[in-house]
Ligand binder design. Structure first.
Ligand code: PEP
Ligand code: MN
Length: 259
């Protein structure tokens, strides 16, 4: 692989506020797939904070397969997410899909998420690497290890140091699960890049009952963090309800992996 920066396999750690990313303790990111309303995100943030969580997630620009599906609240949602962050003290991560919104997303968010569909969007990768915020680079839905490493190298070659990789499943042969959660990617990507590697079992599997065993498995194989979708009322969720944990299920999972 033609790498100039991410080639020495040296472990990279960095801080987001007081959280050590890539350190000894796995970081837990949780929150809804999408910010749906001010009340929803604030109530969710408070409930998660009470149970225990390191960072709040919530999409405001949603990369939906159908153009008719809920596309996110946009800038209004970003403000609600920020308000939830200020109330609870939790740092926030949210996806940016277009270069034109990078400035505003980086003003509000603690971490800029590059979603699976944009892992190959090289102009976006170059632009995000110039922002003064850490970036989470999710694995493309059909990305090989090499392609994912090279996308991370795009960020690193433009000077970005604070990169989190996130395994979120690849398209497999079976449709029983939403995707095939590839946990082998965790030690491989750590070895190949030195970067912290998180696991998103929600998009990787798509079935909420499988979040607990596979979160345990992710941590057992050395993941530096988890990203989990949680909804106060999954049956009413505007996006990804079937894979979202209830608050009670999140508590059970959180207790199981932190005790
Ligand atoms: C998300 O985490 O909100 C998301 C859309 O995931 P992915 O890009 O992995 O599909
Ligand atoms: Mn989702």
């Amino acid at each position: 692989m033609d790498r100039k920066v991410l080639k020495n396999h040296e472990k990279i750690t960095f801080k987001i506020r007081d959280l050590e990313i890539g350190g000894d303790r796995p970081i837990i990111i949780a929150g809804p797939c999408s910010v749906e309303s001010r009340e929803q995100i604030i109530e969710t943030a408070k409930a998660l904070k009470e149970i225990g969580v390191d960072m709040l997630r919530g999409g405001v620009f949603k990369p939906r397969t159908s153009p008719y599906a809920f596309q996110g609240l946009g800038l209004e949602g970003l403000k609600y997410l920020k308000e939830a962050s200020e109330i609870t003290g939790l740092p926030i991560i949210t996806e940016c899909m277009e270069e034109k919104y990078l400035e505003v997303v980086s003003k509000y968010a603690d971490v800029i998420q590059i979603g699976s569909r944009n892992m190959y969007n090289y102009p976006l990768l170059k632009a995000v690497s110039k922002m003064d915020k850490p970036v989470m680079l999710k694995r493309g839905i059909s990305a090989t290890i090499k392609e994912w490493v090279m996308s991370a190298e795009y960020l690193a070659s433009e000077g970005k140091k604070n990169i989190i990789l996130c395994e979120r499943g690849v398209r497999g042969v079976d449709t029983y699960t939403r995707n095939l959660l590839d946990l082998t990617a965790v030690p491989i990507m750590q070895h190949e890049t030195g970067l912290p590697v998180f696991v998103d079992p929600s998009h990787g599997i798509g079935i909420r009952e499988l979040m607990l065993p596979m979160s345990k498995a992710a941590i057992a194989c050395g993941a530096n963090g988890l990203m989990l979708e949680v909804h106060i009322n999954p049956d009413e969720a505007l996006c990804d309800g079937e894979q979202s944990l209830t608050i009670e299920q999140y508590k059970e999972l959180y207790d199981a992996i932190t005790n």
